[in-house]
Design a protein around this ligand. Sequence first.
Ligand SMILES: Nc1nc2c(ncn2[C@@H]2O[C@H](COP(=O)(O)OP(=O)(O)OP(=O)(O)O)[C@@H](O)[C@H]2O)c(=O)[nH]1
Ligand SMILES: [Mg+2]
Length: 408
Amino acid sequence: MFKVSTVVVCQIRRSLLHDVTIGRCHQCTTARHVKPKKSKGVSLRKEAHFVDYIELEVCGGKGGNGMLSFLSLPHREWAGPDGGDGGHGGHVIFKVSHNIKSLSHLRKVEKAADGVGGRTKQRHGKNASHRYIEVPKGTVIKSESGSLLASLDREGEMFVAARGGAGGKGNHFFLTNENRAPAVAEVGAEGQTRLVRVELKTMAHFGLIGFPNAGKSTLLRAISRARPAVSAYPFTTLNPHVGMVLYDDHEQVAVADIPGLIPGAHQNKGLGISFLRHVERCLCLVYVLDLSTGVDRSEQQRLSGGLSPFAQLTRLRYELEQYQAGLSHRPGLLLANKMDLPGADRKVEELKAKLQEEEGKSEMSSRGYQPLKVLGVSAKRMLGINELLHELRAVYDQYHTASDGEGS
Ligand SMILES: Nc1nc2c(ncn2[C@@H]2O[C@H](COP(=O)(O)OP(=O)(O)OP(=O)(O)O)[C@@H](O)[C@H]2O)c(=O)[nH]1
Ligand SMILES: [Mg+2]
């Protein structure tokens, strides 16, 4: 913690920090991006994608059976009933942990252990330990019909999704004055079993939205350590990937590469409507527009209809609006990718001019669109990446802090 009297020099501008208590210069508005460390050697790790929604079956453990037994001692042949009780089955419990960021570790069936059966000589079976499933903060648990069961928003918060069955009573439990030799013992109860839907409220701070082949995955690779596949054919990315952008004040900004959208995505065309659900879970949106359209007549042209960057933006916003009203109004950035290609500058100028024209129209402002900053980048040639990271942090600081304030 800095003292107020301390003179601190900003690392970026070499000027005195204005608010020394928080250790950052407000003139600079954003912190510097820290280059992620390169992984050493060839990684044989299986490509892991981000999971923000899963349907699974949770099964509580079965209770142990009660024992039916009569004790027989050397000088006391009928020493009475001595069957012990069975132990209780374990619960399946979802627990919030800050170490977990995704739901990829959840299996299709999560089962807790069964209780141990009762034994002779009044020995009770052991209760099974509960099955704790760690989930990220902001996890929502819904029933099969879609009704909300729990919303886990605080560290350590828990939700019992399936209760374990009670252990059965052994015959010693049923010993009474009327019945000195009960020949009855209970079977352990079955654990609760149900289907639940587990989903994350927020998947990432920024979602990369664009047509297939716009260069979303290339961009994510350029700014983070995430390694989504990149290829010159559409629909390379079939599952979302999340990369963390690191800044020198230890703030981490999550950016999600979302599979490409095509015209008609809201009608389940292309990779289907389920991918629009990922967009819903991003706080801010980064539209990645492809500046290569109009250069050749490829498959990619067919999917995006050979649209100009402005037409791509309009179409993407239309798809988002059709899926959920107000979704396209989220704050963010506008990226014109592939600036290294010939004629790209002219296209960006055209895009800016069209946006200004639209902004002027009262119709656009009445629709509630926020004016987005346009940045020209080349993810492949690493052009404009530093400026992009700076802008990402500025938008993050503005909206993430604001949403935190609303939440508390
Ligand atoms: N010239 C040029 N090519 C780029 C640039 N960025 C990406 N590409 C190329 O565009 C093609 C598609 O890139 P991807 O990153 O796979 O595109 P995507 O948007 O993730 O595509 P989907 O996963 O299919 O949605 C690849 O051949 C990239 O090499 C760029 O800045 N300049
Ligand atoms: Mg991709």
